[in-house]
Design a protein around this ligand. Structure first.
Ligand code: ADP
Length: 345
């Protein structure tokens, strides 16, 4: 499809360039013809004057040699026109070949971002459908098995509903996460950025996630300086939720998570450190990719998460003109570092 579009665009570029080139050629041809006419007529006048002078000075003397000058203007003009046409033809031929190559190259460059966007969207759709398929198939199978039972018991029904709810929750989380990611693709998305105290934003987020940490008896320690940034408080809060949720998910019971926020140059540097399973060197470069789940995490936390959290966190941080990076030691823990442009108090 893109090859066809590229060729079509190349032909359009070529048509435009050749139209301009031909128009200039026509102007050059017309100009040259006029100039030759003008030159021939001026030449004729000059010779005429010379002949008249000759007549005047030598009219009383016999001429040694008769002066016969014959000028064929038409032949000269036709010859010049022929040569001009040949030269312009050669130049246009060269322009055609060069412009053809250049147009093909430019058409490729023009279409490249569109192709990348379409590829990205196709990948997104195929990844999303793949992820949606698993819980949906499991729901469908459970319902079908249940329906085959001629005398279902109330306890069985309750059990089925409870199990189904787990899948429904997963589907709900997945659809919400996909929607959030899809919103980042829209350039028209509105931001409601305002001056924000990071300390307050992080502390209030910790309050929300506290109960989850308690289920694993994980302690969350904070060391936050009073720093101000321009941000969308809800979106930024989402980043801390994703990082803390992961830290809790991938940490053993009774471990500690530390959050620090300090000034680093012109940035606010926020670190979320855990004492969890860590991330292998092989997985580190990919963990911010959409739908990427590290092997170790998959085996420990089977069926938990879709690999979308960090992709969303990265998009949000980038929207705030910040960066997010990670350092990790397997079996020792990970530290996620978020840097955001600092606002003066
Ligand atoms: P998921 O929903 O699977 O956690 P994320 O995008 O949040 O998706 O994370 C992607 C992967 O990065 C996870 O599957 C996990 O392998 C790894 N990861 C993220 N945070 C941590 C962490 N704090 N400790 C260990 N591994 C982590």
């Amino acid at each position: 499809m893109f090859q066809f579009a590229r060729i079509k665009l190349t032909l359009w570029y070529l048509l435009i360039i050749m139209t301009i080139s031909m128009a200039f050629s026509a102007i050059i041809f017309d100009f040259t013809t006029r100039e030759v006419h003008r030159f021939a007529s001026a030449q004729r006048h000059r010779i005429q004057e010379l002949l008249e002078l000759d007549e005047f000075f030598f009219s009383n003397r016999p001429r040694k040699m008769p002066l016969i000058i014959e000028i064929d203007d038409e032949e000269l003009i036709t010859e010049v026109q022929k040569r001009t046409l040949i030269s312009l033809g050669i130049v246009n031929g060269i322009i055609f070949v060069l412009a053809g190559g250049l147009s093909y190259f430019l058409a490729g460059k023009t279409l490249q971002p569109i192709q990348e966007m379409v590829d990205e969207q196709n990948r997104f759709i195929s990844d999303a459908s793949h992820e949606l398929k698993t819980p949906l198939t499991s729901l469908k199978t459970a319902f079908e098995v249940f329906l085959r039972d001629k005398n279902p018991q109330l306890t069985d029904s309750k059990e089925l509903i409870q199990e189904s709810l787990i899948d429904v929750n997963k589907l709900q989380y997945l659809s919400e996460a996909l929607l959030t990611l899809a919103q980042f693709q829209q350039p028209s998305e509105k931001h409601t950025f305002s001056r924000l105290n990071l300390n307050i934003n992080i502390t209030s987020t910790i309050k929300k996630i506290g109960p989850l940490a308690k289920t694993k008896r994980i302690a969350i320690k904070i060391n936050l300086n009073d720093l101000y940034v321009t941000a969308d408080q809800y979106k930024l809060s989402e980043v801390w939720i994703i990082l803390l949720d992961n830290a809790i998910k991938y940490s053993p019971e009774k471990s500690t998570i530390i959050i620090t926020a300090k000034k680093s140059g012109n940035c606010a540097e926020i670190r979320v450190s855990d004492q969890g399973i860590g991330i292998s060197q092989k997985d580190l470069p990919h963990i911010f990719d959409r739908f990427y789940r590290a092997d170790s995490a998959r085996s420990h936390q089977k069926g938990n998460g879709f690999g979308l959290g960090l992709a969303i966190a990265k998009k949000i941080v980038e929207q705030h003109r910040g960066t997010i990076t990670v350092t990790s030691n397997e079996e020792k823990g990970s530290t996620f570092i978020v840097k955001l442009p600092l606002l003066k108090k």
